[in-house]
Design a protein around this ligand. Structure first.
Ligand code: ZN
Ligand code: ZN
Length: 137
């Protein structure tokens, strides 16, 4: 706990970068210890990016649905589409790549148009996009 912030507290506790945005500096995000961290570190740790609309969402909503955009590399093979996560764990992390467990996933629908699949073989949706998918049921 650092207690009261002073005017000199302008560095992110995690990455050491300066808070250049005045709003970020005056009212920074906090980690679990109350230390000021920059928006970028906060997003990396506590939020994720929806692979459909690109909005950031709080991490607690992440592990409900998984979007599989690139089926290669998963064993047993899982095809493109959006899956509901029905049991945990639903994936294993390897050194190079991860694996999804087919038994932990239930397919909801095929991969919709407009999902950004350039960066990852699978991704997650924000709450709004989760509702778009579930709403069609
Ligand atoms: Zn930072
Ligand atoms: Zn979204």
């Amino acid at each position: 706990m650092s207690g009261q912030l002073t005017a000199e507290t302008v560095l992110c506790e995690w990455c050491g970068s300066a808070f250049d945005d005045p709003a970020e500096r005056d009212d920074p995000r906090r980690d679990a210890n109350g230390e000021p961290i920059c928006d970028q570190c906060y997003e990396d740790e506590f939020q994720y990016r929806c692979c459909w609309c690109g909005e950031y969402e709080e991490i607690e909503h992440r592990h409900k649905l998984v979007v599989v955009a690139e089926p290669q590399g998963f064993r047993p093979r899982i095809y493109r589409g959006i899956y509901r996560i029905v049991s945990l764990p639903y994936y294993a992390d390897g050194m190079i790549q991860g694996w999804l467990f087919a038994h932990a996933l239930k397919k909801i629908c095929p991969l919709p148009e407009g999902i950004d699949t350039r960066d990852y073989p699978c991704g997650h949706l924000c709450r709004e996009c989760q509702q778009k998918v579930e709403g069609g049921k």
